[in-house]
Design a protein around this ligand. Structure first.
Ligand code: APR
Length: 255
């Protein structure tokens, strides 16, 4: 994963106002992409907004393989605190609306790709989901690759796997590749989906920020502000996901 700022922005595409009413047929294919903004109303900080995680903390010290090598304790302290925050948070109206959308679609016609390492989509009841940046609620052994459910506390710190290797949070850090199987699934869906709905992501973390340019689907963005890649969308609706998304899904699906 890497960050790259786009060059100049084109003018903002129009919001839904004045746009022809659309309906999503149950048999069409819907791909949804979410970012930190969808969990903001659950009380979890986003990354790049003022006061956000990477505005407060230096990601170079906390979210890279080199940072973990240098100080696994420091990285673990950060992720233990994030886990506490995630466990205290609850799914909000936007998470719940996506579950209604998935239930509305015929089997095999809905995929959610989330960049979020929290588990709020899963706790809301989402089924077909790819965690493209991994999960902060799982551990992975840096030595043997075993994946484990996260713990609230560990006997030793930084924690170790039974094989003796260091455990790390099962997230994709800056400079690391995404899981190739997940990426292939996402690519296949981009090529075949009818709707690509993106929610609450600033659109400057690659390769995910590029997805909007890799699909011929109808592309809709919902978020507080124009994303960096807004020129790729036909429709950009500015507002809180917890308000705008349930309205959109009700309109598109009458659910
Ligand atoms: N509703 C909708 N959108 C919102 C809301 C809200 N209530 N609150 C904030 N947003 C929007 C912001 O305007 C911003 O555009 O969510 C976006 C969050 O952007 P980022 O903080 O950059 O988060 P994200 O795009 O998910 O980051 C991508 O960066 O560090 C990595 O791995 C991390 O997955 C993360 C990736």
């Amino acid at each position: 994963m890497h960050v790259k700022a786009f060059g100049g922005r084109n003018s903002l595409p129009s919001a839904f106002a004045g746009i022809k009413r659309m309906f999503i047929d149950r048999n069409s294919k819907v791909m949804v992409l979410t970012g930190a903004g969808i969990s903001a109303e659950s009380g979890l900080k986003t990354f790049r907004e003022p006061g956000g995680m990477w505005d407060t903390y230096d990601w170079r010290e906390l979210a890279t393989p080199a940072a973990f090598e240098k100080s696994p304790e420091k990285v673990w302290e950060f992720y233990m605190e994030r886990r506490r925050q995630i466990r205290d948070a609850q799914p909000n109206e936007a998470h719940k609306a996506l579950v209604r959308l998935e239930k509305h679609m015929n089997p095999g016609r809905f995929l959610l790709v989330s960049q979020n390492v929290d588990d709020l989509h899963e706790r809301a009841g989402q089924k077909n989901i790819i965690k493209i940046h991994g999960s902060a609620m799982r551990d992975i052994c840096a030595s043997c690759g075993s994946v484990l459910d996260s713990a609230d506390s560990y006997n030793e710190f930084p924690p170790r796997h039974a094989c003796g290797g260091l455990l790390r949070p099962d997230v994709v850090w800056f400079g690391e590749p995404l899981n190739s199987r997940d990426l292939k699934t996402a690519m296949d869906w981009l090529l075949s989906c009818d709707y690509f709905i993106v929610i609450g992501t600033s659109g400057n973390v690659f390769p995910v920020a590029q997805f909007v340019y890799q699909t011929e689907a109808t592309k809709i963005y919902i978020g507080l502000e124009e994303p960096e890649n807004s020129r790729g969308f036909q429709q950009v609706k500015l507002g809180k996901a917890g308000i705008v998304l349930p309205e959109l899904i009700e309109e598109l699906c009458e659910v």
